[in-house]
Ligand binder design. Structure first.
Ligand SMILES: Cc1cc2nc3c(=O)[nH]c(=O)nc-3n(C[C@H](O)[C@H](O)[C@H](O)COP(=O)(O)O)c2cc1C
Length: 211
């Protein structure tokens, strides 16, 4: 199974719960004897650029009309799209930052949503995503507990992930949300991590059984 494993936490590996949980999931797949080919991407080191006017012009120009300069502008995005298309599964680990996804993951989304590459646009205006056969797991870490209580309505992370990957054809992304990991007592944090590990173990068994 070819997995694109993506990290986004601004923290170093030893201090990051999302990085730890992503690695835990990979280890669980190995325990399930899944033959893995990992394409690792750290979006804090390999930061994708913000959209530019040149990019927008080039991306909407039909491929056969693009100048060499336009092709050059799109080259990095082309390569990232190919990495995504080559994967059987995406494992994306990310902390909640200011109630939504890390900005580095947003620029990644802007990099990989490309007409004619990762989705098709038809003359009648309908679209079809090309990531239709891929498994996608989002491992999110949150300081607060958004399952209930005062912060419940503040989750601007799950909707954006579902919308953008749904557009690319991923109808059923899986989520393991570790929460609360900061704004709580120690016991609740430990329980949150244990719960996340249990869920990740279960997802790994499911993926292994579907091979
Ligand atoms: C800049 C920043 C913004 C954050 N914003 C939120 C937030 O809006 N909601 C929340 O529940 N936690 C928030 N947190 C807490 C992190 O999501 C939480 O500590 C998470 O476990 C960090 O994951 P990591 O250990 O992989 O970096 C924030 C943390 C940082 C550093």
């Amino acid at each position: 199974m070819k997995i694109m494993h993506i990290d986004t936490s601004a923290k170093i590996a030893e201090k990051s719960n999302s990085r730890m949980l992503g690695q835990f999931f990979i280890e669980q797949l190995k325990i399930q004897n899944v033959d893995l080919d990992i394409d690792y991407l750290d979006l804090t080191k390999d930061v994708q650029p913000h959209l530019t006017s040149e990019f927008v012009v080039a991306t909407y120009k039909p491929e056969n009309e693009r100048t060499p300069e336009m092709k050059q502008v799109l080259a990095e995005s082309d390569a990232m799209c190919q990495r995504v298309l080559d994967a059987d599964a995406l494992v994306c680990a990310m902390p909640m930052y200011n109630w939504t996804i890390p900005a580095t993951f947003k620029t990644f989304i802007d990099t990989i949503i490309r007409t004619g590459v990762t989705y098709d646009l038809f003359p009648d205006g309908t679209t079809k995503g090309k990531l239709i056969d891929k498994k996608v797991l989002f491992i999110t870490t949150r300081g607060a507990d958004l399952r209930a209580g005062a912060f419940q309505h503040m989750d601007a992370m799950t909707p954006v992930l579902k919308a953008s990957f749904g557009f690319l054809g991923v109808d059923h992304p899986q989520f393991v949300d570790a929460q609360p990991l900061q704004f709580s007592d120690q016991e609740s944090r430990l329980q949150a991590l244990a719960r996340a590990k249990e869920e990740l173990t279960s997802v790994a068994k499911q993926w292994a059984s579907e091979l």
